[in-house]
Design a protein around this ligand. Structure first.
Ligand code: HEC
Ligand code: HEC
Length: 273
């Protein structure tokens, strides 16, 4: 009996030591790996917009390949940590988009990706994928989760609102996507960005469940079709809100209404006597 207990406690201590060692050592190992792998940082965080070949998408995402601005490492670091918006000119073409900030990248990762970009060692070719044209109605069904995602990723509407699909509570985890196609400069750019969503929240969820090519095209067509939609509550939302408000008013009326006092049972008996 005693031996069994001792055996268990020894195993327990060994296990806890292992767990502690893993917790202490893992971040160090991960950091060391990130340092010499700018390409991985680039593929994970940047290539969906700036494209695997670094050539970007004309009119939407500026090229980083052959772009003299990226030789200024401090500038790249500022852009990556703070994001960038407003008109810029790159190699004779004007861009006026929004790059989100990447707060989750470490200094070592930013240094590594900067070196990778500056070396201009981008993979050749990979940039110009051709997608079948998308269908806006199908894209809307994908957005709402009425069409389940082929690779079982979560429905967008769980975290986003768009056009007339607003959340009743007014709370969502992700930003409203109504003007996405405008901000990204067209459906092609949206479809490209969705190959690796520019979101630290989404990446772990969609890593093993990428949005399929046709779904990206359909979603992009949907976002393009709603880009000038006015944000308005859907009829269903209005009905729900109406129902809730109606119920509150009814309840208030019930409380306020003068109660016609029914005689109690005892009183009734008494009066019958
Ligand atoms: C969601 C799409 C998107 C992602 C992802 C993205 N960028 Fe950008 N990036 C843009 C856009 C759009 C601009 C231009 C912004 C503007 O017009 O002001 C830009 C501009 C830049 C610039 C400035 C170029 C110049 O000539 O001034 C640099 C440098 C840059 N990005 C680097 C990166 C790096 C490094 C990553 C990955 C860590 C990254 N970007 C990820 C969209 C993106
Ligand atoms: C689990 C919640 C969640 C789900 C599900 C989700 N997103 Fe996101 N998404 C976010 C968050 C949060 C952001 C904002 C960036 C961040 O904080 O990571 C974001 C950002 C984005 C962006 C960049 C927005 C911008 O303004 O540049 C796009 C595009 C996007 N999501 C599209 C989609 C699409 C399309 C789907 C469905 C296939 C989807 N998301 C599903 C949480 C989610």
């Amino acid at each position: 009996m005693n031996r069994v207990v001792r055996l268990f406690s020894t195993a327990g201590i060994a296990l806890s030591l292992l767990v502690i060692a893993t917790i202490v050592l893992l971040p160090g190992l991960a950091g060391a790996q990130a340092e010499d792998d700018g390409q991985t940082v680039y593929t994970t965080n940047c290539s969906s917009c700036h494209q695997p070949d670094g050539l970007g998408i004309p009119g939407s995402f500026p090229p980083l390949s052959g772009n003299p601005n990226v030789q200024d490492a401090a500038y790249v670091k500022t852009v990556v940590t703070e994001g960038l918006s407003g008109p810029i000119e790159v190699l004779g073409e004007t861009y006026d988009g929004v790059m989100p900030p990447f707060a989750s990248l470490s200094d070592a990762e930013i240094d590594a990706v900067t070196a990778y970009i500056q070396a201009d060692a981008f993979e050749a070719g990979g940039g110009d994928e051709t997608l079948e044209p998308g269908d806006a109605a199908t894209g809307e069904a994908v957005f709402l989760g009425a069409n389940r995602l082929e690779n079982a990723g979560p429905a967008c509407v769980g975290c986003h609102t768009a056009a007339n699909h607003q959340s009743l509570s007014g709370y969502t985890l992700g930003p409203d996507l109504t003007d996405l196609a405008v901000r990204y400069g067209g459906a092609e750019a949206v479809a490209a960005a969705l190959s690796n969503p520019p979101s630290a929240t989404m990446q772990p969820l969609f890593d093993g469940a990428p949005i399929a090519d046709q779904e990206r095209a359909d979603l992009a067509a949907y976002f393009e079709s709603i880009s000038d939609a006015k944000i308005s509550r859907s009829p269903v939302d209005l009905m729900l809100a109406g129902g809730v408000i109606g119920a509150i008013i009814l309840f208030a009326l019930m409380l306020l209404a003068p109660r016609s006092r029914k005689p109690g049972f005892a009183e009734q008996l008494r009066s019958q006597r």
